[in-house]
Design a protein. Sequence first.
Length: 241
Amino acid sequence: MLLIGRSTRLSRYVTDLDKTYTATARFGAVSDTLDAEGDITILDAPLPSENAIRDALPVFTGDLLQVPPMASALKRGGTRLYDLHRKGITVERKPRPVKVYDFRLTGRHPAAETATFEVSCTSGTYVRTLLADLASHLDSGAYLTTLQRKSVGHLTVKDALQPQDLNPKTLHNHIIPPFRVVGHLPGVAVPEGGRDSVCHGRPLERRGLVGSYRVICGDELLAVYRDDEEEGRAEVVLCAG
């Protein structure tokens, strides 16, 4: 998903949503980046059986502590971990809590020594780490070969286009209205007469909602507000005042 214009202000409400992925891992080998871009080492370990993989999946489902890979965009002392990794520097990383809602085997391909999975998880989960940890649990090794994000919250890949299929007509037909981008937030409707006040970012009457909420007029997303102790205050204003 690409946010443009004023809608870029909505990114904070989307990036932390739960994700779903289709992922394929090559077993019997490891990578220093946990994916196919790194230095690969072949192991003397076969592709685990289908039953062994399925039996292990519950171990990696639910609330987990996950150590981020060195080849990641996280920072240590202001420096990206992947920059340290490129210099051959490894630093200790604290495990971070993540949640895997669903982890399913959808295909096993002995000739290629690969297996394919569907993963549903919280934002911040490293799927390549998940696969590497699964393989280690099975006395093997694995690295990510392909990863497709299927959804971000309520936004799914069915709304997407391949780059080669982009043209003015198809692009226009796949524009997602801003009110749908943050459709997971509660909505508060204001009448046409209240539109100008919202577009100027003025406080609104407190709505008693927890967290951020959409302020809409018809099908137009005017702003995103959040209640404090006394009133609703604008976090993001999209309409022109």
